[in-house]
Design a binder for this molecule. Sequence first.
Ligand SMILES: Cc1cc2nc3c(=O)[nH]c(=O)nc-3n(C[C@H](O)[C@H](O)[C@H](O)COP(=O)(O)OP(=O)(O)OC[C@H]3O[C@@H](n4cnc5c(N)ncnc54)[C@H](O)[C@@H]3O)c2cc1C
Length: 378
Amino acid sequence: MRHRIAVVGGGPAGLTFARVLYRHDHPVTVLERDPAPDARPPGGTLDLHEKLGQLALGKAGLLAEFQALSRPEGQAMRILDTDGTVLRDWQPRPDDGANPEIDRGQLRDLLLGPLDVQWGRGVTEVVPGTRDGVLVRFADGRQETFDLVVGADGAWSRVRPAVSSATPHYTGVTSVETSLDDVDTRHPDLARLIGDGSMAVYGVNRALVAQRNSGGHVKVYAQFRAPLDWHTNLDRHLDLDDVEAVRSSLLALFDGWAAPVLDLLRHGTAFVHRPLYVLPVSHTWAHVPGVTLLGDAAHLMPPLGVGANLAMLEGAELAESVAAAPGPGDLDEAVRAFEEQMWARAGRWAKITAAGLERLVSPDPTEALALFDEVQPS
Ligand SMILES: Cc1cc2nc3c(=O)[nH]c(=O)nc-3n(C[C@H](O)[C@H](O)[C@H](O)COP(=O)(O)OP(=O)(O)OC[C@H]3O[C@@H](n4cnc5c(N)ncnc54)[C@H](O)[C@@H]3O)c2cc1C
């Protein structure tokens, strides 16, 4: 039996789900709000863990292609003191395949492959339990029904209200993101400072992280504890679209840090304001037949290197269960069992990442170093 299945969202969760179903020859409708794959910048690099994201890619039959694209050297991690002293300089072995990095755009294209995504189809509402199944309403006024609707539509999911009243709340940490292009030729000193992977500097309630992507592109994240409306509480209201004003504010916030570290902000090309939101730790819901959630829609957590990994593994696991479910009753049982498994694993990671954020952007910067020493293999 072929269930009518829709997945809302073409991020890591939705695309992995669809790609594994495709491998099992099961039809799936992929509904994505963006009008095209490259409608907005894809975001920074992702490290895919052997037992999470890479496992999912194996289930999609894409592991070899991932290995050809990914950057094992990108696992390198350097930690500096705010005065520029190198405190840790961890390098992976050449054959270390534990957590190689891949650009999000490359991962998206790898997962997209032969999939027939419906672009520009923003979902506004999902209504379970109608006579013909689960009703999906679209921003353009159209509607369609399915046997199963999977919400893989990220932090501000429009599918989530069909199963849960939970909404994301602010962590107290804000991230302002900037980037540098062609770093090896334009900023060779910064290229050396960052190395092959990531570089992080931890101060009192502040962190500055630079991550190398492919092609000499570097993403820089300035993170700090602040009220959500910090930019309206300065001497003068800060216009977040005014690049030079944001740069000056950040340089003032990180005042006293070593000049080469601050050069990451001085040379940044544009700034994107991203307050960090999370869903409640161990978010679950009473099972609703015909609707479920994956990835950030189900368990948004601080960005500590695991969200996309979980999203992908969940997508792959749910797809395998759905493809193996012959009748409508089996489909619902498969989804129930999947949810139990997802909640248990995501709950553990939500606790770990919540505690991690407390220590990485902390009044005591030695906590960040201690955390690094606990998790980094020697
Ligand atoms: C700075 C930063 C760095 C990170 N680094 C890492 C890392 O190294 N490793 C890691 O594992 N995780 C990392 N994460 C977390 C990771 O990005 C997320 O957990 C992951 O993207 C979640 O995938 P998703 O598919 O659930 O949601 P998303 O990636 O948010 O994708 C959701 C998709 O749904 C679409 N959509 C939204 N609303 C609708 C709608 N109404 N209708 C139709 N489509 C819709 C969106 O356009 C989008 O394509 C990081 C996060 C941040 C912010």
